[in-house]
Design a binder for this molecule. Structure first.
Ligand code: IPM
Ligand code: MN
Length: 353
């Protein structure tokens, strides 16, 4: 019996997680596994009510689950940064979810803004380091608020943090078993300390432990160019936290937008948290128009992560079926169906196998 924590969160988060749960229930019934879902009310409303972003007990409680499904964090009445830092980033750091795994896959029937590119060209995975780099919060102000003020924001790259992220990426590339090519995305021509460490670790680990995996390197700016021009060149990409944040928004756009983009915050040894990567889209709250596919795709990753590979494959086929035969658009309000109807369609397709 799996223990699954659900954090619906803010805005449209609860609506999309409800559809993901619908699909999870059918996937479990047809896939022969059982689970118990526990809901947590972390988010903007709770913060406005109690003044607390994350209760002190939250991290220890969540550690006891097999997986976490997160809807969205971000509330229009809360100053930007408070909830993102206090909940999302806090959970990533405290639970030590050191990999952010973001598949960039164009499903058949989904529109991409890339001219002359189709599903055969857009199918790669970004492994983003998720606990270090510029996100570590190192730095500070000097003489803040004066004409002489200085702001420093440092990128923290530890050998340990970089190595475990690289090993995850090499293992993933091997298991994915496609082009067996791992591309390190960096900026070795300018960031000559941080990416020097990354590059040395990449080649040392690759040569010693993963001789079957081809190693490639691309600067982050060139990567943006290739993702638009020749996305078919990529198999698996590995990069630091900030670059990974940026290139995965570009990735989300070429795979059809935030309506479909999902990711996992992963610690392979403990608990992992899966989420649609778009925000809480507050303006659509309660209208039943938001696309739940990204949350359903996050749930698919969660099921795969539990090791229920047959059920995960079933959900993936169901997503592909509904996207190619039903949905008119990925955009909120333009799907041709309501949020709940899209959930029903995927759930029915899962039941059909
Ligand atoms: C993401 C988001 C977060 C990040 C924000 C909300 C803190 O953009 O998951 O990519 O920067 O990591
Ligand atoms: Mn982001």
């Amino acid at each position: 019996m799996y223990k699954i924590a659900i954090i619906p969160g803010d805005g449209t988060g609860p609506e999309v997680t409800a559809e993901a749960e619908k699909v999870l229930a059918v996937a479990a019934a047809s896939g022969g596994f059982i689970y118990e879902a526990t809901r947590f009310d972390f988010g903007g409303d709770r913060y406005l009510r109690t003044g607390e972003v994350l209760p002190a007990s939250a991290v220890d409680e969540l550690r006891r689950f097999d997986a976490i499904l997160l809807g969205a964090i971000g509330h229009p009445d809360v100053k930007p940064g408070i909830l993102e830092k206090g909940i999302l980033l806090q959970l990533r750091f405290e639970l030590d979810l050191y990999v952010n795994l973001r598949p960039v896959k164009l499903y058949p029937g989904v529109e991409t803004p890339l001219k002359d590119k189709g599903p055969e060209h857009i199918d790669f995975v970004v492994v983003r380091e998720n606990t270090e780099g510029l996100y570590a919060g190192a730095g500070g102000f000097l003489k803040k608020g004066t004409p002489d003020e200085v702001a420093i924001q440092e990128s923290i790259n530890t050998r340990h943090g970089v190595e475990r992220c690289l090993r995850y990426a090499f293992d993933y590339t091997r298991a994915r078993d496609r082009a067996k090519t791992l591309t390190l995305v960096g900026k070795t021509n300018v960031l000559t300390y941080a990416f020097d460490l990354w590059e040395r670790a990449f080649h040392e680990i690759g040569a010693a432990e993963y001789p079957d995996i081809k190693r490639d390197y691309a600067h982050v700016d060139a990567t943006c160019m290739w993702m638009v021009k020749n996305p078919e060149w990529f198999d698996v990409l590995v990069t630091d936290n900030m670059f990974g944040d940026i290139i995965t928004d570009l990735g989300a756009m070429i795979q059809g937008g935030m309506g479909i983009a999902a990711g996992g915050n992963i610690n392979p040894a403990t608990v992992s948290m899966f989420e649609p990567i778009g925000g809480s889209a507050p303006k659509y709250t309660g209208q039943g128009v938001i696309n739940p596919m990204a949350a359903i795709a996050a749930c698919q990753m969660l099921i795969a992560h539990l090791g229920e590979s047959k059920a995960a494959a079933r959900v993936d086929r169901a997503i592909a079926h509904v996207l190619s035969t039903k949905l008119k658009s990925m955009q909120a309000g333009r799907m041709g169906y309501s949020t709940a109807q899209v959930g029903d369609l995927v759930a029915a397709a899962v039941a059909d196998g």
